[in-house]
Design a protein around this ligand. Structure first.
Ligand SMILES: N[C@@H](CCC(=O)N[C@@H](CS)C(=O)NCC(=O)O)C(=O)O
Length: 189
């Protein structure tokens, strides 16, 4: 089993953490290099990482890959509450990636434009909702949604996309879990 990803991808890191003590090969791709892009496109025409190759079959999208792995390793299905947690975490992650790509495209997302405003508004709404969930103890257990939350928070700090200080519970969640198994070994820095 091979996981196509990159050491900096927060979507790949969640699966690297989930698979930390399991048998698999991590393929670290530079998806913006000619060779990396060729391997990526050959395996996933959607041109995104992560992708999982198992028995010559390639599965795309971290959420679907997790479902595939959960079935393979006889994990309990995610509850609807956990599915909603993931939807919020994914929404924040996708939005932060949009902001990063805008900045790499030399576009100033602080300008008053509909697309930029929607990104900033979504980030505030989602982080506020996740803060409330963390305060209510929804991420007390170190399960897949908690892993995904950690990867999001650690990545936005690594990319210097947001200062989380005003979100006390998210900040404390990140601090507490930062010593957990595999965190150091999968860090993007
Ligand atoms: N919904 C996807 C999102 C994956 C994603 O956005 N990956 C980024 C890297 S972290 C990517 O491949 N971006 C390439 C691009 O947008 O062209 C998932 O959960 O796997």
């Amino acid at each position: 089993m091979q996981l196509l990803g990159s050491t900096t991808s927060p979507f790949a890191r969640r699966l690297r953490l989930y698979l930390f003590e399991k048998e698999y090969e991590f393929v670290d791709l530079d998806i913006f290099s000619t060779e990396g892009r060729h391997i990526l496109t050959k395996n996933n025409p959607a041109q995104k990482i992560p992708a999982l190759i198992d028995d010559d079959f390639c599965i795309y999208d971290s959420r679907v890959i997790y479902r595939y792995l959960a079935e393979k390793y006889d994990e309990a299905k995610l509850t609807w509450l956990q599915e909603n947690q993931l939807t919020l975490i994914d929404a924040a992650n996708d939005t932060f990636i949009n902001l990063l790509l805008l900045s790499r495209s030399q576009l100033d997302s602080s300008e008053d434009r509909l697309f930029y405003n929607l990104q900033h508004e979504r980030i505030e709404q989602v982080l506020t909702a996740l803060e409330k969930k963390a305060a209510e103890g929804e991420f007390k257990q170190w399960n897949y949604p908690a892993i995904c939350l950690y990867c999001l928070l650690d990545w936005i700090d690594f990319r210097e996309l947001y200062v989380l200080d005003k979100f006390m519970h998210l900040t404390s969640f990140r601090f507490t879990t930062s010593t957990y198994k595999g965190i150091k070994e999968t860090a993007p820095y």
